[in-house]
Design a protein around this ligand. Sequence first.
Ligand SMILES: Cc1ncc(COP(=O)(O)O)c(C=O)c1O
Length: 406
Amino acid sequence: MSNIWVKNFAKRTERMQSSAIRELLKISNMPGVISFAGGLPSPDVFPIERFIEASETVLRQHGDQALQYGTTEGYLPLRQFICDYSAKYGIHVQPENVLITNGSQQALDLIGKVFIDLGDPVLVESPTYIGAIQAWKVYGANFVTVETDKDGMIPESLEAQMHHKPKLAYLLPNFQNPMGTTLPLERREQILKICCEHGVPIIEDDPYGKLRYEGKHIPTVTKLDADICNNGPKKYQGNVIYLSTFSKTLVPGLRLAWAIAPEEIIMKLVQAKQGSDLHTSTFNQYLAHEVCKDDFLDRHIPVIREIYKKRRDLMMELIDELFPSDVHYVRPAGGLFLWVTVPESLNTEELLSIAVDHKVAYVPGSPFHTDGRGKNTMRMNFSNASEEGIRLGMQRLSEVLKTALK
Ligand SMILES: Cc1ncc(COP(=O)(O)O)c(C=O)c1O
C-alpha cells in the first residue's frame, strides 16, 4: 500500500487488530479441516423453509415498507416482540427501552463509542469475550481484570478492583464465552450490589442464555436490577444494559440483535448508531418478526438444545476417553463452548499450526485474556461440527496433544 495512506491513518488505528477468531475462521475453512474454532451455530438447525415462506409473506404484504429506509431504533413491532419475549423471562420493558442492532457486536461497539474515552478503566472477566476486547480497545479502554473460577466472576475480586473507578463492568453470566461458566444467583445479586454501591453500570451480554442443557434458568442481572429499580411494568431505568441476539437462537446471518437499557441511554446509542449505519436492515427486521411470530422461538429453541446437548456430551466423553489425563475442562451447562486447560508445558498458540496440519482447529485461549495469561488454554466449539466430525476431530486433536506432551 502507498505510504500516503499509511501515514494518514488515525492514531486510534494503532489499537486496531484483526480478530484472532476471524483470521482462524479462514484457516478452518480449508478443505478437510474439522473446525472447533469459531462460534458458529449449526446450519442443521436453520429454519430455512420458514424463512422462505416468511420472505414471501413480507415481500407480498409489506414490500413497500420492508424495502424502505427505517428508523434507527428499529422496526417497532420487532421491538415490541422483544419486550413480550423478555417479559417471559421477567424483564418488563417498553419499546423505548429497546434498540435493534446489527448483531450484538455492533451494540458493543456503540457502547464503546458512547462510554469509553482513552484510558478509561473497564472491568472484564479474565478471560472474556474477544469481540468486546476488540471493540473497546479502539476507544482506548484500559482493561482491568476480575478473577474468575468455575462459577464465573468472583465478587470479592470485583470489589477489590473498584478502586480503579471503572466506567463499566462487562459481565457474561450465562455459559460465558469462552469459559462456559454460569454465574450462580447469589453471585449475580452480589455483583449487582457491588456495582450499584460503586456507581458502576453493568453491560450484561447474554447471547446464550436460552441454550441451557441442564439445570434451571437463573434470572438475568437485568431482571434482578429491574425488580429493584422498577415499580411494576414501567419503562426500565436501572443500572444494566442487557444485550442479546438472534444469532444463536435463529440465524447469525441476519445480523440482528438488541440492547435493552434506560430510555436516555437508548437515545444516546441511537445517535451513535446513526453515524454508523443509519439503521439495521429493514427487510431483515420484518423477516425476523415474521419468522418469530406465533411463539416460533419457543418451539425452535428446544430443537437446537437437543442437538447441541448431544454434541456437548459427545465432546466431553471423548476428552475423558482420549485426551491425556492432565487435560481438564469446564463442564458448561449451556452455550456453545468447552474451555480446555492443557499442561503448562504446552503453548496452544504454537500447537495450533500442528493441529491444522493434522486437519483440526480450535481457538487458543490467550487472546481472550487482556493480561497475556491463558497460554495453555483453548476454546472448543461443539455446536457446528456433526457428531461424526466431532469424533474424527477429537481423535486428531488427542494425537496432537499426546505427541506434544511426549
Ligand atoms: C459473548 C458474545 N457477545 C456478542 C457476540 C456477537 O454476536 P452477534 O452475532 O449478535 O454480533 C458473541 C458472538 O459469538 C458472543 O459470544
